[in-house]
Design a protein around this ligand. Structure first.
Ligand code: NAD
Ligand code: MLT
Length: 528
């Protein structure tokens, strides 16, 4: 087996020992490549391991020829073009939570530094000046701390700041009032938080909708003398507008760990006495880095050597136990996808998947994506996987509808799949008898017992004597052994469909002969 090649764009390898010492892994460290180098470097690598020092833009992703995973050793994935990665079938993983406490403690350090002018006083005293008048600070007790984002870091900041005697309010559209109550935080609207906070601290991701969230207009809603803390991401606060409000005194002070462009050593904000800055140090503790590196090593080893995807941000992933439990179901969905991909006729418009009974409790993204991957594999020439298959289906105008019903029919767990094309609508019902015993138990609403494995000859005919016999004789004459056979029919003398599991491939001339038999239509040779 060829070694798994990993390109790492930062230097610190502490905590990555499991990966570094793995006999089938090669790690090449190329710290902070510029964008030109990066585009060439990426070729030939199976995985990319980054922090926030590089931007993984569309051109880098398009230049990658083997890349399967982009792993962000940290939380924020705003430096990765996730849309382009997804389209190319590349999994983007992050390590959420590993640096929560470090980022939380750094935020609190920034708040205290800002309120008591600690860095400014420190610098002045070290330059030989003892000045107590200049650095009159403010207490935290009794003040209102407004949090934008009440996820992992926001919540930890809230818990700790309560002990300073602060009142905590927060805006987070995805968090319930009940959760807020449990941790002592009042959940409010964005405008309420902007209007009421004495200190506003940011703990939300940078996305298209949060970029420039704090700007001239939102600053105008705030109290005179408000203080701003950003330990989340640069660009959520408009730096030019912040500069002007700090100069005017509307904003009393700011503490910033992150900047629009990083690294940066010159900014007009650095010239202001009421601004405290650090160079993106939120996660820079030994504990956080080791925790994250250990997790990165486990995640990449699990992915490449056990096929387990964890912490993916562009597909829902699952833990090891769930992954194992899902395997037979994934197997069934793959077989059904491949079966229908070869069985249906016409341009595909819609695929309706209904998970029934116990099936509905499983991770349906993985099941549906497994089906679509195998379905599309029958007619598109793209390297498909669970990440890009749903995207490619959408791009080709195929609508995928997923529903779940808890009550089962005859079988404990079934999946019903209807494919609508511009020529026909066909449906199948699949189930699992045991891990290796998969079945199609209905086809076009007619009871069936088809084992979706190996080679299947399928043909439709009017239900009359002799046809199946003739096909059997022809197969025998051509040395093709029949393993199993099922004839499904809607009614006596009505429409019949025959499915024959055979032991070897059937040549085109034999299939043509079957097609030409009187009463036979729709001959398909399905390879599973
Ligand atoms: P998280 O995902 O646990 O929490 C983010 C919260 O923001 C979520 O609860 C989410 O609901 C909320 N949110 C999303 N959109 C929002 C919006 N428009 N308005 C209000 N809330 C919104 O993430 P986290 O681990 O707490 O990290 C928070 C931020 O801190 C991220 O941007 C992360 O990249 C950054 N971070 C920075 C450092 C550092 O070194 N400075 C370290 C770690 C994390
Ligand atoms: C993160 O998002 O995890 C932090 O910003 C930490 C980092 O980039 O090092």
């Amino acid at each position: 087996m060829n070694k798994i090649k990993i390109l790492m764009t930062y230097k610190n390898t502490e905590g990555l020992e499991k990966l570094l010492n793995h006999p089938q892994v090669q790690i090449d460290i190329k710290p902070k490549p510029d964008s030109e180098d990066f585009m060439n470097l990426i070729k030939g690598y199976d995985a990319l391991l980054i922090r926030s020092e590089v931007r993984v833009i569309e051109q880098v992703i398009n230049n990658a020829d083997k890349l399967k995973v982009i792993c962000r050793a940290g939380t924020g994935v705003d430096n990765v073009d996730i849309k382009s990665a997804t389209k190319k079938g590349i999994i983007v993983m992050n390590v959420p939570g590993g640096n929560t406490i470090s980022a939380c403690e750094h935020t609190i350090g920034l708040i205290l530094s800002m309120m008591r002018n600690i860095p400014q006083a420190h610098a002045l005293l070290k330059s030989g000046i003892w000045d107590r008048e200049k650095f009159i600070g403010s207490e935290l007790q009794g003040k209102i701390l407004g949090l934008l984002g009440l996820g992992r870091i926001g919540s930890e900041v809230a818990r700790r700041m309560l002990s300073f005697g602060m009142r905590i309010i927060a805006y987070d559209p995805y968090v319930s009032e009940e959760y807020g109550r449990q941790i002592g935080v009042e959940i409010k609207s964005l405008d309420e938080v902007l209007c009421e906070a004495d200190i506003l601290s940011l703990h939300l991701p940078k996305t298209e909708s949060t970029k420039n969230l704090l700007n001239k207009e939102t600053f105008s809603k705030m109290k005179y003398g408000v203080r701003i803390v950003n330990c989340a991401r640069g660009g959520i606060v408009n730096e030019q507008d912040l500069y002007e409000e700090l100069k005017s005194g509307k904003i009393a002070s700011a503490a910033l760990d992150v900047f629009d462009k990083e690294p940066t050593t010159s900014s007009q904000l650095f010239e202001l006495p009421n601004v405290v800055v650090t160079p993106h140090l939120g996660a820079a503790t030994e504990e956080a880095q080791t925790k994250i590196a250990n997790e990165v090593a486990d995640m990449l080893i699990d992915y490449f050597f056990s096929g387990i995807t964890r912490n993916a941000v562009n597909i829902p992933s699952c833990d090891l136990d769930t992954y194992k439990k899902m395997q037979p179901y994934v197997g069934l969905m793959e077989k059904l996808g491949s079966f229908q991909g070869q069985f249906v006729e016409g341009g595909v418009k819609e695929i309706d998947i209904e998970y029934i009974g116990d099936f509905h409790k499983l991770n349906s993204y993985i099941l549906t994506a497994s089906y679509i991957k195998k379905f599309l594999d029958c007619f598109v020439d793209i390297d498909l996987n669970l990440v890009n298959a749903p995207v490619i289906a959408k791009e080709r105008g195929i609508k995928v509808v997923e529903t779940k019903v808890s009550e089962n029919k005859e079988f404990k767990e079934t999946v019903s799949i209807k494919v609508i094309t511009d020529k026909e609508t066909t449906s199948i019902l699949g189930t699992i008898f045991s891990e290796k015993n998969l079945r199609i138990v209905e086809i076009d609403n007619i009871y069936s017992d088809i084992e979706p494995v190996g080679y299947i000859l399928s043909f439709s005919n009017t239900d009359k004597p002799g046809i199946v016999g003739k096909v059997g004789t022809l197969l025998g004459e051509n040395g093709i052994n029949i393993a199993k056979m099922f004839v499904a029919r809607d009614k006596k003398g009505g429409r019949a469909m025959t499915f024959i599991n055979v032991d070897s491939e059937i040549k085109k001339d034999v299939l043509d002969k079957i097609s030409n038999m009187d009463g036979v239509t729709r001959v398909k040779f399905i390879k599973l």
